[in-house]
Write a protein that binds this ligand. Structure first.
Ligand code: HEM
Length: 260
């Protein structure tokens, strides 16, 4: 437990709270770590996004970039909102008002992109026969869990921070979240949070537990090196030349050589 006394520490914690806000998250994180090691050792050839681009590309062309762009923005927002204490952002001159306004606007854009993209990915999976037939048990777990997490997240933001009176999750949900990773769990920090935030956090942890057994493992193998790799140089294949004379060698070297 936290050695530093806080007002939150005064709140009582029941067995159910300990189960939901300490045991379940740690079990999910353990499954996340051990599951990845197991999958890597057992199934390196299956470690892919299992793309269905060849089966359907019209929806994928829009749905995939929209979903991934939204996801990158949401991840960045979560790192700032959950991992960085509000005292730190205030210390560098970001006021609570500035943080809140940016979080609501950027979070809403990111959330809408993610929902729209994920909606398209789910729709093509349901509506395209070949993709539906290739949908396995891991997909049947992943897509509903991912959708629930994203929809609960954006609903919590909309209900409380866009249309509602505003909810300062950085002094509750974020405190609970950080407590888990510094091994000083503070379940009492989240027990009073609105239900939508609680459900969102729980479904996110279930998603972490399912992660290693799904196509989400491709996240750790994204070909980021492609962004900086040198260009591949292609040259037109030349017609087979006659006897290798000195002149012929000179022609080949001058530009119409084999593909590099
Ligand atoms: C335990 C982990 C997580 C916690 C504690 C958490 C917490 C939160 C909180 C507090 C918000 C409200 C942000 C605001 O109103 O400004 C939020 C929003 C959101 N979350 Fe999460 N989240 C977690 C994991 C995830 C995951 C894994 C996903 C996606 C797969 C996700 C997707 C979203 C989305 C789409 C929103 C709405 C857009 C936004 O405000 O960024 N969250 N989450």
């Amino acid at each position: 437990m936290n050695a530093v006394p806080t007002p939150l520490a005064a709140a009582s914690t029941s067995g159910a709270d300990l189960l939901l806000w300490v045991a379940v998250p740690y079990i999910c994180l353990a499954v996340f770590v051990v599951g990845h090691i197991w999958r890597y050792r057992q199934d390196q050839f299956g470690w892919t996004s299992r793309t269905t681009q060849l089966l359907e590309h019209r929806w994928l062309r829009f749905g995939s970039p929209l979903f991934h762009l939204g996801a990158f923005m949401v991840i960045a927002g979560h790192v700032v909102g959950l991992a960085i204490p509000d005292s730190w952002t205030e210390a560098v001159g970001i006021t609570e008002h500035a943080y809140h306004t940016t979080a609501v606007w950027a979070g809403s854009v990111a959330g809408v992109a993610m929902v729209a993209g994920l909606g398209m990915l789910c729709a093509r999976r349901l509506l395209t026969r070949q993709i539906r037939l290739g949908t396995d048990r891991s997909d049947k777990l992943l897509f509903p869990l991912l959708s629930a997490t994203v929809v609960l997240g954006i609903t919590a933001t909309a209900a409380h921070n866009v249309f509602g009176a505003g909810y300062d999750y950085r002094s509750t949900v974020s405190v609970w979240f950080r407590g888990l990773f510094v091994l000083q769990p503070q379940p009492e920090a989240i027990t009073g949070a609105p239900l939508l935030f609680q459900l969102h956090a729980l479904s996110a942890f279930l998603l972490f537990a399912a992660w290693p057994f799904t196509r989400l493992v491709h996240v750790w193998s994204a070909p980021i090196g492609y962004l900086a790799r040198p260009y591949l140089v292609y040259r037109r294949r030349s017609a087979p030349t006659a006897a290798p004379t000195t002149a012929g060698r000179t022609r080949s070297a001058s530009g119409s050589g084999r593909a590099a």
